[in-house]
Design a protein around this ligand. Sequence first.
Ligand SMILES: *Cc1c(COP(=O)(O)O)cnc(C)c1O
Length: 357
Amino acid sequence: MQITVKQAPENHRRQRPKSGEKLGFGNLFSDHMFLMDYTSGKGWENARIVPYGPISLDPSAMVLHYGQEIFEGMKAYYARDGAVCLFRPDRNAERMNRSAARMCLPEIPVEDQLAALRGLVRLDREWIPKDEGASLYIRPTMIATEAGLGVRPSAEVLYFIITGPVGAYYPRGFDPVRILVEEQYVRAAKGGVGEAKTGGNYAASLLAAKNAKALGFDQVLWLDAGQRSFVEEVGTMNIFFLLGGELVTPPLSGSILPGVTRDTVLTLAREWKIPVAERPVEIDEVMKGAADGTLSEAFGSGTAAVISPVGSFSCRGREVAVNGGKAGELAVRLFREITGIQYGEIEDRHRWIHRVE
Ligand SMILES: *Cc1c(COP(=O)(O)O)cnc(C)c1O
């Protein structure tokens, strides 16, 4: 794949945040973006890096009406030795292609996705923050751009990657979150698009999250669409329980997003000889376990937070603390191990780190 590069003129560069400046999530973007066009019959072409800026779409562009869209999320960061690194980007690229297949969008060879990432991150490397825990968030996205209101897979598609500096997820320490068990709305049903990383799943989740926040909770715990009995995910993260000494997470049975961090957690736990089970988990088992102490820990896993400990679950008006509302030992150990591998402080035994240069 040939990538043409048009650099932003010096006088059009954006103001980069200074070291120590407070960074939020997703409100600052770097100088450049990667774009590539697809036309059915011709394939992918015009791979290019250009100055960051608005893109133009016909108002009838299919993505705006029928939501044919997918995305990914990952981070670039400086390791301790000064190398620019990505964590398991091949996994994100493979998942992008699985999401694409589900949403009738064209796949992109993994090697080409990685070349696009490397080219963009290398060019905007000065945007990678050097503060502890901060990183450059990367958002690859694919949208249906064909003009027309007929319901069919778009014959024209745009793939783009934007990046921007984000702050450490835990500026005030490893704070456990308060979770509301959602019994009315569901995120995804088996057979639907829950295992694809597509924007519609997020649109579907907004109302429940908004209601939960109004009640003082941080996030919702999603239950299965059929019976509202089994646990699925927490907010936009995968969920883990340490139940009777066994690390349990719901299986990837169609409605759950296959998280890269989920896979990382399972791999490490197995390596540490912790009993692991991917099996259906009933919400009743979770609530009972939290009350009688067999549930010693619960935490979410995802790229942004890495590990997010759960302090309590609230279900049918009853709130039960997990581990006294404090982060558990395993959650802390996993967080330290994963971030330690990422920053090059712990040996990368699984070749998870990709150096950009
Ligand atoms: C992206 C995502 C996750 C986490 O995936 P990671 O690859 O670990 O970042 C979990 N659940 C949902 C719904 C997601 O969109």
